[in-house]
Design a protein around this ligand. Structure first.
Ligand code: GLC
Length: 610
């Protein structure tokens, strides 16, 4: 294989590993998945823990900061195994107190923990008999996994184990990327002869068996980066769990949609209500494994918002901590989790066991969840004129209150439009929750309606018109897939209450890309308005929260006029696709490469006051 081809294959593998569209084959049997998922759906909130030899390196090699996510340091810095192994002597665990980790998880309100038993570097954080590259090589002679599991059980926290089933940089048999061939095994590339089946038989499968037979009930196995596994190989990783622990949940990244729930990319938030079970996995800064110089901590309110937003999309939220080599959890992570925990202590009713937002809208003032006859409105900012106009609710509200204090609120039920008056003096940094108790089971209108002058139209609420070469599809997260000049157009609808001029804002998202396509042109038609061949420019992007690695960008492409009230049809097509620039986290330089696909998340129409 020539170098360019290899590079391309590598890129494809990396991108596919975190996205979902290749997982299209067999589905597990419906009823068993349903039962297995009961506790997980109820939980809504989990804690991810990335801990391993990379925590010793802490993002630096030979005194230099290494770019990218911390647990990939061996790969990014091309560290030979003989060198990387030496980290074992400094993996002390001197300050490892699993009961304290679990207490923090519990106080934060998380209901399950997923712990890295073996990451891509191949190091087992338990005494494995299937590979000597394990915790026995460190000064710590006990079993940290067992201790954590014991602490979880005591505290009533469900136990999940992360196991990287395809990647293992320690094993030549699993070699897959040029960095491994080039550097890890201390021999010329020509002598590295991987044999993936043998790796699965000799290490991955025996280790999964160890994990499922030595520690009692495991509630969730979290596989990662399936890359080029065949369907048969992914199936092996499913079968072993079904055989040994039939109640154990399998996550989406096992490959080929064989998991009990679907896969999302890292830090990827669906842009509309999800139609399958999904879990958003999120970092608190820009790394999973500890990096001493990553200070890009996300805000406390931002993280709390992400938990709430996930629940409003009807999905789980699993937030990550990356403890230091001795077991200390970085202070900013502790602070964020405590903040979330304080909120959960009085508001968790609006998260646990809820379903997502029953309306189609993204509300300017915040997010909605529901449970039975109740709606929960999470206020991230003060609603216009201290008043929420809830449109399209066909059940009358019997009672309204602030959830944390039970303070009653005034409501006016007027057919399908309800008005809730919000008192002064609420602290929007702490996201107050309004609980609405309805008279009858909740029935809502799913049209795209105007709220506070904005009509938010999720791409996934639309239909598609096929083009010369196929048609647009939708990813699990609700963005378009396969949208290019040859795949036709996206057809959307919205309701106009107030005739007049509206600004058109397009939201796109791009996996691992710094910018959306520079130089992409689109056409939008609605009524008599034609915004023809409009350039998508980067007018803004969502700062920090999802930057790593699903940045959201927006572009205002023009103004349209609606002379009358009523339903409007909108048609969006792509004229030309531009050029992407890559973040470069995987050490690759994609400058100048283009990709034939624009991921549209939603369109906003913003009313222009005269
Ligand atoms: C990724 C990375 C990995 C990280 C994981 C978390 O795919 O390869 O390092 O553990 O996502 O979701």
């Amino acid at each position: 294989m020539n170098l360019l081809l290899k590079k391309k294959l590598f890129i494809l593998l990396v991108v596919l590993s975190c996205t979902s569209n290749q997982f299209i084959l067999a589905q597990p049997t419906h009823t068993t998945t349903e039962t297995r998922l009961n506790w997980w759906r109820e939980a809504r909130f989990g804690l991810f823990i990335h801990w391993g030899l990379y925590s010793v390196a802490a993002g630096q090699w030979n005194g230099k900061d290494i770019d990218g996510i911390g647990e990939w340091i061996q790969n990014f810095a091309k560290i030979p195994n003989s060198e990387y192994n030496k980290l074992t002597k400094d993996f002390t665990l001197l300050n490892y107190h699993p009961e304290e980790w679990v207490a923090l998880a519990k106080q934060a309100g998380t209901k399950y923990i997923v712990f890295t038993a073996k990451h891509h570097d191949g190091f087992a954080l338990y005494p494995s008999d299937a590979s000597e590259f394990n915790i026995r090589m460190t000064p710590y002679q006990e079993d940290p996994l067992k201790q954590l599991i014991t602490a979880c059980r005591k505290a009533g926290i469900k136990v999940g184990i992360y196991y990287s089933h395809r990647q293992d940089w320690h094993e030549e048999d699993a070699a897959v990327m040029s960095n491994e061939y080039d550097g890890h095994y201390g021999k010329p590339k020509s002598e590295v002869k991987p044999n993936l089946d043998r790796y699965i038989r000799h290490k991955a499968l025996p280790q999964i068996r160890e994990l499922l037979t030595r520690y009692g009930n495991i509630d969730l196995i979290w596989y990662d980066t399936p890359f080029d596994l065949t369907l048969e190989q992914s199936q092996i990783f499913v079968n072993v769990i079904r055989e040994l622990q039939p109640n154990c949940i399998i996550n989406g990244r096992v490959g080929y949609n064989l998991g009990d729930y679907g896969p999302l990319g890292d830090n990827e938030m669906p842009c509309s209500k999800a139609t399958t079970d999904l879990e958003m996995v999120a970092t608190l800064n820009h790394t999973w494994g500890y990096k001493k110089n990553d200070n890009h901590w996300k805000g406390k309110k931002e993280i709390l918002c992400s938990l709430i937003e996930s629940a409003s999309r009807n999905i789980n939220y699993m937030v990550n901590i990356g403890p230091m080599a001795d077991g200390t959890i970085p202070t900013p992570s502790v602070d964020i989790l405590k903040f979330v925990g304080n909120w959960m202590a009085v508001n968790s009713e609006s998260i646990y066991g809820t379903e997502g937002n029953p309306f189609n809208d993204n509300f300017p003032w915040g997010y909605v969840t529901r449970k039975e006859n109740n709606l929960y409105l999470h206020l991230t900012q003060c609603p216009q004129n201290n008043c929420i106009l809830l449109k399209g609710l066909h059940s009358d509200i019997r009672q309204a209150m602030i959830l944390a204090t039970q303070q009653p609120l005034t409501v006016a039920n007027r057919q399908s439009v309800k008005t809730i008056t919000i008192p002064d003096g609420l602290d929007y940094e702490k996201i107050p929750v309004i609980k609405l108790v309805c008279e009858t089971p909740i029935k809502t209108d799913t049209r795209n309606l105007m709220n506070e002058g904005i009509i938010s139209i999720p791409a996934a609420s639309g239909t598609v018109k096929a083009g010369q070469k196929g048609k647009i599809t939708f990813a699990e997260g609700g963005t378009t897939e396969n949208f290019n000049p040859q795949t036709g157009s996206l057809l959307l609808e919205c309701e106009i209450d107030i005739p007049g001029e509206y600004e058109v804002k397009l939201y796109t998202s791009r996996h691992w890309r710094k910018s959306f396509a520079e130089g992409t042109f689109v056409t939008l038609k609605t009524g008599d308005n034609i915004l023809s061949n409009r350039l998508l420019k980067k007018d803004g992007e969502l700062a920090n929260v999802r930057q790593n690695s699903y940045p959201e960008t927006w572009s205002t492409i023009g103004t349209v006029t609606f002379p009358k009230e009523g339903t409007q049809k909108i048609e969006l097509s792509i004229d030309k696709i531009g050029t992407f620039t890559r973040l470069g986290h995987f050490g690759e330089d994609l400058q100048g490469e283009s990709e034939n696909n624009i991921r549209i998340m939603k369109i906003e129409l913003i009313y222009k006051t005269q």
